[in-house]
Design a protein around this ligand. Structure first.
Ligand SMILES: NC(=O)c1ccc[n+]([C@@H]2O[C@H](COP(=O)([O-])OP(=O)(O)OC[C@H]3O[C@@H](n4cnc5c(N)ncnc54)[C@H](O)[C@@H]3O)[C@@H](O)[C@H]2O)c1
Length: 346
């Protein structure tokens, strides 16, 4: 049984907590935070934009820490799960790796590519695995798309249009701070940057148009350039004035003989889904059954991949630090393109 310690018992700490309870072969042995009532098990004040409301949890068999270095030194643990704000990821990951633990760190990997490199290097030096929590490929619709593309059933991948738009997350006070959270580009769009990198490879360049807010890009549209001109990939992300719709995401993925379509929106009065469809070239509309729509399922799949990789001593092709670093690079080039109003090579 792998023993994990979660550092950061906020929104993601809560979602990971729920997911760990469903994954065999792993148990939560420790938590670390600075907030006393969270360490005492009262998670009722956690705020996020999907999943169930936080609850009171049983901490009687969970060791609690206020200091990550102390948790990293505790020999009982195999894995440290970092659910801290992005500016703390690199130091926390390096501390965990130096403590001899495998590390699973939430996205974005870090706010600078230099820090991403430091994390990868610490993993190599310690001989411990580093996983970055890019959960999107484990969401049933995105997992299905990956599987259909890999099967080659509908021919070559030609491109896609990806969307991830939220209302202003007013409870996240540092959201627009490029040095603490990274704004909509690094905290939100990085999911699609990573998925695009996974499906299409690293683009040769990007053209982004966006509305700037302070030091970050607020709402933006990007064209990703590939050497093959028949590959057309774009993404729309950011924050718009829509407090009644906290979150929406979706995609249209183009293959030679089919288009995949999916859209989800979390409205204040409940979610609405346009379930994934395969729109085949012969006119068929195929509606695969993809489960119950519970967003925590994606995190269960992601954590199951971490557990499998640690148990087998093999790296993850999806959650690797190298891929996550590429996603951070793409986000920085997109910001540069929006600011300087021209295409930027990668
Ligand atoms: N995968 C996803 O879909 C998804 C969704 C939301 C957030 N995230 C990511 O998860 C990470 C955390 O975001 P969140 O929304 O859970 O934030 P949050 O503010 O809700 O939680 C952060 C927690 O870290 C604790 N903390 C801060 N500094 C600490 C320290 N030095 N030592 C110990 N604890 C400390 C805080 O007290 C808080 O409980 C971010 O990287 C964010 O981008 C991912």
């Amino acid at each position: 049984m792998l023993k994990v310690g979660i550092v950061g018992t906020g929104f993601m700490g809560w979602i990971h907590y729920l997911a760990y309870r469903k994954v065999p072969g792993v148990k939560i042995a420790a938590i670390c935070d600075k907030i006393p009532h969270r360490l005492a098990g009262d998670w009722t004040d956690i705020k996020g934009n999907f999943g169930p409301q936080g609850e009171k949890i049983d901490v009687s068999e969970i060791r609690t820490f206020t200091d990550l270095e102390e948790m990293a030194a505790w020999p009982e643990l195999d894995l440290i799960d970092i659910c801290l704000p992005p500016f703390l990821h690199a130091d926390a990951a390096v501390a965990g790796l130096r403590g001899g633990k495998h590390v699973f760190c939430e996205k974005p990997m870090s706010l600078t590519t230099g820090e991403c490199d430091r994390m990868v290097e610490a993993s190599r030096a310690a001989g411990r695995q580093l996983f970055i929590g890019h959960v999107l490929p484990f969401f049933p619709e995105f997992a299905y798309a990956r599987q259909v593309i890999a099967s080659g059933e509908y021919g070559r991948l030609l491109g896609g249009n990806f969307k991830r738009v939220i209302s202003d997350p007013m409870w996240l006070k540092d959201f627009y701070d490029p040095k603490r959270v990274g704004g909509p580009m690094l905290d939100l769009h990085v999911h699609d940057a990573h998925f695009i990198r996974l499906l299409f490879g690293m683009p040769a360049g990007v053209t982004t148009q966006g509305r700037i807010r302070g030091e970050v890009v607020d709402y933006f549209d990007t064209l990703f350039h590939y050497d093959d001109p028949s590959i057309v990939v774009r993404a729309t992300s950011g924050v718009i004035n829509q407090q009644g719709r906290e979150f929406t995401h979706g995609f249209e993925i183009h293959l030679e003989r089919a288009t995949l379509h999916f859209e989800f929106a979390g409205f204040k009065d409940g979610p609405e889904v346009m379930p994934l469809k395969v729109l085949a070239a012969d006119g068929q509309v195929i509606r695969p059954q993809l489960g119950d729509g519970d967003p925590v399922r994606g995190f269960e799949g992601e954590i199951a991949e971490v557990v499998r990789c640690v148990q087998n001593g093999q790296p993850s092709a999806i959650l690797s630090g190298d891929l996550a670093r590429d996603a951070v690079v793409m986000c920085h080039r997109q910001t540069e393109s929006a600011r300087e109003r021209h295409t930027v090579k990668i």
